[in-house]
Design a binder for this molecule. Structure first.
Ligand SMILES: [Zn+2]
Length: 302
């Protein structure tokens, strides 16, 4: 699936085994649970990520093994009983205070109406979080930079948000929702980049289907750089989820996802995986979309 360009869907199908596997195994009497890494990584890299414990099952230790080691273990099990000793070191420490980072370019005509452009600051710490989600933060900051550099005057406010704590509970997103939920009608649209920095192909739209038609002139501009696709989707980003739920039209770049899950949540999520030209292409696509939203004549249907 990832090779077909449907990396996100492939991950969606695989990730439930990591999220729900330990409780499912515990209900069958397991004392611990090892999950085959759910990304596409080889080079014997384990892939980490969120795991949920259900209330109706014992909370057993759980970890991810590399695809290579999972194959080896499966092979050994076919030959007879296998004994394993697990040494798992992760711990959940008490919460500490942290923050979303937010910056506005005030709208010239409707400053109270906001287009959110965002990525998330935190990352899993076995890599450096370059593609997940340093890229999304840089893309969003560069949107503001491009608009300033081009001396554009957006009519609505463009709000860049670097979210805190996407990976481990969405605390930044939840706090923003708490602080802003009375302002959702003034949130004109929300965007998030959280799929790395590979070549953008177009724009995902989570909104009423007619928004796709409204966006056709924007797609025509982006077509020249190979990013003219428009897809109606169910979900555009985890941190903007509360806004999506409240009916705020949501958008994200459609990104080439063939290789993202080979590095995401592994020790190989490092800056060398980012191709500067493709990172710039992502900024351009999000900037064009955000500026178009900021200057749209009519409000979008909800
Ligand atoms: Zn992410």
């Amino acid at each position: 699936m990832a090779a077909e360009g449907r990396g996100g869907e492939a991950y969606g199908e695989a990730v439930i085994y990591r999220a729900d596997g330990p409780s499912a195994a515990a209900r069958q009497g397991a004392v611990a649970c090892l999950i085959r890494s759910v990304g596409g990584a080889d080079y014997r890299l384990p892939h980490t990520g969120q795991t949920d414990y259900a209330n109706d099952a014992p909370k057993i230790p759980a970890g991810a093994v590399t695809a290579e080691d999972a194959d080896l273990i499966a092979d050994l099990v076919r030959q007879g009983p296998v004994r394993m000793k697990l040494v798992l070191t992760p711990q959940t420490l008490p919460d500490v205070e942290s923050a979303n980072v937010i910056g506005d370019i005030k709208g010239s005509e409707h400053p109270e109406q906001v287009i959110v452009v965002s990525g998330h600051l935190d990352s899993w710490d076995l890599g450096t979080g370059a593609i997940d989600d340093g890229a999304g933060v840089v893309v969003s900051m560069e949107v503001a930079n491009l608009i300033q550099k081009l001396h554009l005057k957006p009519k609505r406010t463009i709000r860049v948000i670097a979210w805190m704590n996407e990976e481990n509970g969405l605390a930044g997103s939840k706090q923003y929702a708490k602080d802003q939920e009375k302002e959702w009608m003034n949130h004109f649209a929300a965007m998030e980049t959280d799929g790395g920095a590979d070549h953008p192909l177009g724009i995902n739209i989570k909104a009423k289907p007619e928004v796709k038609k409204t966006f056709a002139p924007v797609a025509a501009i982006l077509q020249g750089s190979g990013a003219g696709m428009l897809n109606l989707v169910e979900h555009c980003g985890a941190d903007i989820g509360p806004m999506e739920k409240a009916g705020v039209p949501a958008f994200s770049a459609i990104q080439d996802s063939r290789f993202y899950f080979n590095y995401h949540h592994t020790a190989a999520d490092t800056l060398d995986k980012i191709v500067p030209k493709e990172l710039a292409e992502n900024s351009a696509v999000v900037a064009v979309a955000a500026y178009a939203l900021a200057n749209m004549e009519q409000p979008l249907p909800r």
